[in-house]
Design a protein around this ligand. Structure first.
Ligand code: NDP
Ligand code: GDR
Length: 325
């Protein structure tokens, strides 16, 4: 039997790297869309970190250029398409709201149109987000909880979510949307709070810095490990019927608690080092998120495998290594 083929947008990002690793391990031929960069030497750093860069075929394209998407899908003929590409940093979405809309919202229309025109039989995954719940309408958020986005990013993701549902209902595409809560790893971008903290811990422990400036320490998030979450993406595309699923741990903690865990891992007290800086506050905050993933647990057989303590420890250890290299 010939190898299954997967096409991943956002392959150079955190989830793209872990998903590539998972699919390669299952025997897939993996292709990823790479947007051209002047800094070509760093663009596949995450794939290199996992030692899989040589096994992923990169295709030159962009979510804002539908012609590139059509051409790539025609060439690759993928069985499964994972749309992970996005302007994914919430804070930047206030600085670049139009770009965020073009990539994170209309980019989904572009790729869905390309799928409908060229490969309507392919299975499609859309990377939706718990940010869509924003100003939460229920204490635990499930697939049935109403949305209330609080940033240009979240508004764009809401469009991506509903256009995916709409293409499933309008054209019968096998299109699923995973509503994933925050997931982190040593490959998390350094601008996101967990990685910023673990990098800060490493630098302070190694004597390279004394303080770490953060924003809202009271924000609460439901944090899991990216390696666990990409498994849920794959499982969604193995189901006979496409559907939407919440993926979360069901535990929520403050940024402050994550600081306590990360600093504590190397025997430091976060209160001695963390300072609050208003530059890192947001125009509108998402105060708390807590996911109810019962549907994914029941129908996909999915469950998180990493605790927050293990996640923080793994991230701090990786940043200690990076900062001594
Ligand atoms: P990253 O920010 O690490 O990766 C984003 C990826 O999108 C990068 O590969 C980036 O490429 C690519 N990209 C950006 N703009 C374009 C464009 N115009 N055309 C093509 N590709 C583009 O995100 P994550 O891996 O953390 O997240 C993956 C997806 O899941 C995103 O859609 C994110 O919004 C969503 N999500 C993430 C969650 C999380 O907690 N991590 C939770 C819920 C949803 P480049 O390397 O060139 O910048
Ligand atoms: P989030 O992640 O906005 O939840 O989006 P981020 O780590 O950026 O923020 C989480 C919470 O921490 C607070 N915070 C800080 N955040 C950052 N980045 N830097 C700081 O210094 C800081 N101090 C406090 C924030 O205010 C916020 O409340 C992530 C992204 O991956 C999205 O793409 C994804 O959709 C959601 O998770 C689910």
């Amino acid at each position: 039997m010939s190898k299954k083929k997967a096409l991943i947008t956002g392959v150079t990002g955190q989830d793209g790297a872990y998903l590539s690793q998972l699919l390669l391990g299952k025997g897939y031929e993996v292709h990823g869309i790479l947007r051209r960069s002047a800094s070509a030497e760093v663009i596949d750093a995450r794939l290199k970190w996992l030692d899989i860069a040589e096994q992923v075929t990169l295709q030159d394209g962009n979510l804002t250029d539908i012609s590139s998407l059509i051409r790539i899908i025609q060439k690759v003929e993928p069985d499964e398409i994972y749309n992970l590409g996005a302007q994914s940093f919430v804070k930047s979405s206030w600085q670049q709201p139009v770009l965020t809309g073009q990539v994170t919202a209309i980019g989904v229309s572009n790729i869905l149109e390309a799928v409908r025109i060229v490969a309507p039989q392919a299975r499609f995954y859309q990377a939706s987000s718990s940010e869509m719940y924003g100003l939460i309408q229920e204490p635990m958020q499930s697939e049935k909880t109403p949305f209330y986005p609080r940033s240009p990013y979240a508004v764009a993701k809401l469009y991506g979510h509903w256009i995916t549902v709409n293409y499933r209902e309008s054209f019968g595409l096998h299109a699923s949307s995973g509503i994933l809560f925050n997931h982190e790893s040593p490959l998390r971008g350094i601008e996101f709070v967990t990685r910023k903290i673990t990098d800060g811990v490493a630098r302070i422990k190694l004597g390279k810095a004394k303080t770490l400036a953060l924003g809202n320490l009271d924000a609460k998030r439901d944090w899991g490990h990216a390696r666990d979450y990409v498994k849920a993406m794959w499982l969604m595309l193995q189901q006979d019927k496409p559907d939407d699923y919440v993926v979360a741990t069901g535990r929520t903690e403050t940024v402050r608690e994550f600081c306590r865990l990360a600093f504590g891992h190397v025997g430091l007290n976060y209160e001695d080092h963390v300072v609050v800086d208003s530059r890192f506050m947001r125009p509108a905050e998402v105060d708390v998120l807590l996911g109810d993933s019962s549907k994914a647990r029941k129908f996909l057989g999915w469950a998180p495998e990493t605790t927050l303590e293990q996640l923080a420890a793994e991230m701090v250890e990786a940043d200690l290594k990076r900062n001594t290299a």
